[in-house]
Write a protein that binds this ligand. Structure first.
Ligand SMILES: *[C@@H]1O[C@H](CO)[C@@H](O)[C@H](O)[C@H]1NC(C)=O
Ligand SMILES: *[C@@H]1O[C@H](CO)[C@@H](O)[C@H](O)[C@H]1NC(C)=O
Ligand SMILES: *[C@@H]1O[C@H](CO)[C@@H](O)[C@H](O)[C@H]1NC(C)=O
Ligand SMILES: *[C@@H]1O[C@H](CO)[C@@H](O)[C@H](O)[C@H]1NC(C)=O
Ligand SMILES: *[C@@H]1O[C@H](CO)[C@@H](O)[C@H](O)[C@H]1NC(C)=O
Ligand SMILES: *[C@@H]1O[C@H](CO)[C@@H](O)[C@H](O)[C@H]1NC(C)=O
Ligand SMILES: *[C@@H]1O[C@H](CO)[C@@H](O)[C@H](O)[C@H]1NC(C)=O
Length: 520
């Protein structure tokens, strides 16, 4: 009897419990649903089941609330407001260290979601790709103390507001590649004491405010490749005393003024290839005592100021290919000549407009002395022409240039062994100087008609003629003397400050006089 009563009571209790549990469950479900509808900031951002949600994240550490370290989020259906409740849901994963947003639909994410980032005090890496962020606003990264890397590549950023990147004590890398940034203002990068690498490649930067980088004094690498920069001055890079590598390739810089890089006294690599450089101040590289590598390839340089490398005596890799150089003198090269002899050094000089004359003599000895195969290969492919110097636009105000310009147009179209038609009837009959062994010179110069490119190293060094001006100023038969002497005289006419002070055409004039003399 008692047993039966106990049995009934047990069943009743069980039923009651089951009943109670199911109502609790139903209430929970209701609760969750209403939370969802009101934006539910307690939602776990790693476990969003609502198919209509504009953001879905896949997290590394299962779906435990408050425990994921890595989240990859997909942003769908544009038009999330910066204040949308969805951003508050990131508070559900305060231990996130790595967060990335992949934006799927055009126009879906037009700002840095600061409202989400502010909860993520442990965040180390953030990456937003393919968004249409136009503007990085003040304190966009919420002063996150642990943030180390920010990547906002391939957005449409035009403006970095004041303090866009500010108070980020641990940040080491900012990547803004492939945006449309037009200007770097003075305080866009502010209080970033550990920033080492700043990538601004493929933007549209045309203006950098003086001192724009002065709050990023630990920067080691600054990449400004493929922008629209035309002007730099001595304050552009203020504060970058630790910079090791500066990439300015593929811009439109045409004038390098003195002390442009004077603050960069730790710089090791300076890349200026593929610009429009025509003018370089003799003191442009002053201060770069640590510089090892300099690229100036694919520019429009017709001559280098003779003391250009005086300030960069550590240089062991120099690229001057594809310019319009008509000479590269021993004086130009002398300060760095010894650096160009070890195996891992590098001097690249082909594809210029060199004139076959004694200023190129040093190439013979460097080819013999250097252990660098690439330097040897480059020197062996350097060509020159017997024509008057190419009259580059740097010198083209010269009246006597007209004939030379015609002349040079033909040369431009001349192939390696094709002779140009001699409109001016300047033959090379008399290119030999009377005071030389005529037979010898005729042998050497006979095949070298105007417009023909010749391989410098195939011309015996003693056969390279020296300009008239050199002969008259040295009082020694120039073909017989040490190349240093004429070059030192000649260097004076090439100095940049001379060119600026009204003598800029003197070189060409001397040269054309010299060649008129030689060829008539
Ligand atoms: C949190 O994640 C760690 C692994 O990162 C795991 O060992 C731990 O059990 C998780 N804690 C909770 C409460 O899920
Ligand atoms: C970041 O720090 C600055 C200066 O301390 C402060 O004015 C600003 O309100 C902070 N911003 C955020 C989002 O915390
Ligand atoms: C930088 O990060 C380290 C490790 O994440 C942390 O210990 C340190 O406090 C951070 N520094 C600052 C200034 O917050
Ligand atoms: C780059 O900036 C210039 C203004 O400096 C502007 O005229 C030009 O349209 C911009 N180019 C692109 C591709 O946005
Ligand atoms: C190069 O820049 C300097 C300084 O801005 C200026 O004085 C000089 O005239 C410029 N040269 C040319 C050829 O534009
Ligand atoms: C370079 O070496 C070659 C052969 O090894 C020699 O004939 C020539 O005189 C040398 N030239 C110079 C400038 O030392
Ligand atoms: C070129 O000049 C020479 C004299 O130096 C003359 O004999 C010859 O006919 C001239 N040729 C032309 C094409 O004018």
């Amino acid at each position: 009897m008692e047993r039966r009563v106990a049995g009934v009571m047990y069943i009743l209790i069980t039923i009651a419990l089951v009943n109670e549990m199911s109502t609790v469950h139903a209430r929970d479900n209701n609760k969750r649903r209403t939370k969802d509808k009101t934006g539910g900031f307690q939602k776990n951002i790693c476990d969003i089941t609502d198919r209509d949600s504009k953001v879905h994240c896949y997290c590394e550490n299962a779906r435990e609330p408050r425990n994921a370290s890595k989240a990859e989020c997909w942003v769908f259906n544009g038009g999330i407001s910066p204040d949308d409740y969805i951003w508050q849901s990131f508070a559900s994963q305060p231990t996130l260290q790595t967060l990335s947003f992949n934006v799927r639909v055009d126009g879906a994410l037009g700002y840095v979601p600061t409202k989400a980032l502010q909860y993520l005090q442990r965040l180390r890496t953030i990456n937003i790709k393919y968004g249409n962020i136009v503007d990085v606003t003040t304190f966009a990264f919420a002063n996150l103390t642990n943030l180390k890397e920010v990547t906002l590549s391939q957005n449409q950023i035009e403006t970095l507001q004041q303090y866009a990147f500010a108070h980020l004590p641990n940040i080491t890398m900012i990547n803004l590649e492939e945006n449309m940034i037009v200007e770097i203002g003075r305080d866009a990068f502010f209080d970033l004491p550990k920033l080492q690498k700043l990538v601004l490649t493929k933007n549209n930067i045309s203006h950098i405010k003086d001192g724009a980088f002065q709050h990023t004094f630990n920067l080691l690498e600054l990449d400004l490749n493929r922008n629209n920069i035309q002007n730099l001055n001595r304050h552009t890079f203020d504060g970058l005393a630790n910079l090791r590598r500066l990439d300015l390739r593929r811009n439109h810089i045409f004038n390098l003024t003195e002390f442009t890089f004077a603050e960069l006294w730790n710089l090791q690599e300076l890349l200026l290839g593929k610009n429009d450089l025509k003018y370089i101040s003799e003191r442009a590289f002053d201060g770069l005592s640590q510089l090892r590598k300099l690229s100036l390839d694919d520019n429009k340089l017709a001559a280098l100021p003779s003391g250009l490398f005086e300030g960069v005596r550590g240089l062991s890799s120099l690229d001057l290919r594809s310019n319009e150089l008509h000479a590269l003198t021993f004086d130009n090269i002398k300060p760095i000549l010894d650096n160009l002899k070890p195996q891992n050094s590098n001097l690249l000089v082909e594809e210029n407009n060199f004139v076959c004359d004694c200023r190129l003599k040093w190439m013979h000895s460097l080819r013999n002395d250097t252990k660098s195969q690439s330097t040897k290969d480059s020197l062996e492919s350097v060509t020159c022409k017997n024509d008057p110097p190419i009259v580059s636009s740097a010198y083209n105000k010269m009246s006597a240039a007209d004939t030379n310009l015609d002349f040079n147009k033909e040369i431009l179209h001349a192939g390696i062994t094709i002779e140009t038609i001699d409109k001016n009837n300047i033959t090379d009959k008399k290119t030999t100087a009377e005071d030389l062994s005529k037979d010898h010179m005729n042998d050497i110069l006979a095949p070298s008609k105007k417009g023909v490119k010749r391989t410098v190293l195939k011309i015996p060094p003693e056969a390279l003629p020296c300009p008239v001006e050199v002969r008259t100023t040295t009082e020694i038969i120039p073909y017989m003397i040490d190349p240093i002497i004429p070059i030192q005289n000649e260097m004076k006419t090439f100095r940049f400050h001379d060119m600026n002070s009204g003598n800029r055409l003197s070189v060409s004039i001397v040269w054309s006089m010299c060649f008129v003399f030689l060829f008539t």
